[in-house]
Ligand binder design. Structure first.
Ligand code: AMX
Length: 439
């Protein structure tokens, strides 16, 4: 597999020793207290996981190995003639902590192209679903079907030392990432393009080849894919898709099984499915008002109606972020450059102008600002990818980069099976009664 793997192992060995020292010297240091409210309310704010690939600041947004999104757009290698970063470079950065050279990125592109062949039985599994099934359902099933290829599962069955786990997890992760675009494109062409499939082009980078297999050869769309697949890749470890992949992987389920768990979580409307929901919400708004360019006043009323109906405004809010998501801003910048006059893009921008104040005025929504999903659909629609129920699959292909790089780290650092403590309400009541100060 070559030097990237060797480099990763060297770096991971150093880090592994650092962690041993850290635990030996500071293992009893407290990193926080846990309240009963946190236990009941989605473990919000509890520090309880190590994820090396990225770190989220609630005001600044995500940093991948210390680099913000604008810094990544500046520093990561680009395709020839392109301006957006190649996701291959972000994968390298997340895996090694080092900024890749053009050569490193080309090496990863070539490796993924070489490993991209999808066995026939995976297509048979997809074909066994009704065409009407949601693309995320087909995607999850196809990843599970690919599990027959797991080198980790095979090696474990034959008997390997704990020290070798990372090696097979790395191999599986690289192969799985290599094959995801072909699987996703197959689902797309099957569902929306009468099953007229497009063969991969091994000369293209990972994103451009994906765009090509989907049937989009516009250079702007290829650039959008490079940006899209970069910015959706990782959002530290506590989000549902990252946490689920990590959790299932901690049982030594192989990368295919672990990543399937992450993707079934991404398919939820409060997580990755929000990108589909946003564009549906905007289209319903446009339809109901009979215009594709609603005024800010009309949008404000529509937001109020959505809230009054007891629904969420999709694309707004976040469990950790407390400011506009820099992934939203990156897409906004892309749109300003490539399609500033698009009616749906302009509606997204107008929603951004009026929604935060209305959401804030409810007094209960902790983050009234847009997240990554508020913008992506309008860009995809602009280039003709109008089938919004496919959008979460694109998110999933990108998310593989972060969660599988993390899974390599989990095994290289020898993290144990995850098993936090849970309580019952009866236990909580007794605990509170026992600890209540005596009057
Ligand atoms: N519209 C309406 N109500 C919202 C809201 C929104 N966009 N965001 C939060 N709220 C509500 C919550 O439903 C909750 O109401 P409740 O007390 O009646 O149950 C209350 O405000 C407090 O919630 P919170 O602490 O601000 O948010 P959270 O951490 O519980 O949830 C999230 C975070 C993202 C699930 C939520 O903001 C939401 O549902 N947003 C819309 C869906 C969305 O865009 N999801 C994508 C997130 C990014 C991603 O993972 N891809």
């Amino acid at each position: 597999m070559g030097y990237v793997k060797d480099r990763f192992k060297e770096i991971a060995d150093i880090q592994s020793q650092e962690i041993k020292n850290l635990i030996a010297q500071h293992g009893e240091t407290k990193v926080g207290d846990v309240t009963l409210a946190q236990v009941y309310q989605g473990m919000r704010g509890i520090t309880g996981l190590v994820t090396e690939t990225s770190l989220l600041d609630s005001n600044e947004g995500i940093r991948f190995r210390g680099f913000s999104i604008p810094e990544l757009r500046d520093r990561l290698p680009k395709a020839e003639g392109g301006n957006e970063p190649l996701p291959e470079g972000l994968f390298y950065l997340m895996l090694t902590g080092q900024v890749p050279t053009q050569e490193d990125v080309e090496h990863i592109s070539a490796t993924w192209a070489r490993r991209s062949h999808v066995p026939n039985h995976v297509f048979d599994v997809i074909e066994s679903f009704p065409v009407s099934s949601h693309p995320m359902t087909q995607f999850c099933a196809a990843i599970l079907a690919l599990q027959t290829e797991s080198k980790f599962a095979k090696a474990y069955e034959e008997g390997i030392s704990k020290k070798q786990y990372w090696d097979f997890v790395y191999e599986d992760s690289m192969t799985l990432i290599a094959r995801l675009p072909r699987i996703a494109a197959y689902i797309y062409r099957r569902k929306y393009k009468n099953g007229e499939h497009i063969q991969p082009d091994g000369m293209l980078d990972w994103s451009a080849n994906f765009a090509h297999m989907l049937g989009f050869n516009d250079d702007g769309f290829k650039e959008l894919m490079r940006l899209y697949l970069t910015i959706h890749a990782d959002h530290e470890g506590g989000n549902v898709s990252a946490h689920a992949t990590h959790l299932v992987g901690s049982a030594l389920s192989d990368p295919y099984l672990s990543f399937t768990a992450g993707m079934t979580g991404l398919a939820g409307p409060l997580h990755g499915l929000a990108n589909q929901e946003v564009i549906r919400w905007i289209e319903e708004l446009q339809k109901e008002l009979g215009t594709d360019r609603p005024t800010k006043e009309q949008i404000a009323q529509y937001i109020k109606d959505t809230l009054a109906a007891g629904k969420v405004v999709p694309g707004y809010g976040h469990a950790v972020l407390r400011k506009t998501d820099p992934r939203f801003t990156a897409q906004m910048e892309f749109a300003k450059k490539h399609c500033p006059d698009d009616a749906t893009v302009q509606t997204v921008w107008n929603v951004y102008e009026v929604a935060p104040a209305i959401l804030e005025s409810t007094g209960k929504i902790k983050n009234p600002w847009p997240n990554v999903d508020a913008h992506s659909g309008s860009l995809l629609k602009h280039y003709g990818l109008v089938e919004e129920d496919f959008y979460t699959v694109l998110f999933g292909v990108s998310r593989a980069l972060g969660v599988l790089a993390s899974l390599c780290w989990d095994r290289a650092l020898g993290f144990p099976i995850e098993r936090p403590k849970s309580i019952t309400t009866e236990w909580a009541k007794q605990f509170v009664a026992k600890n209540e100060p005596v009057a």
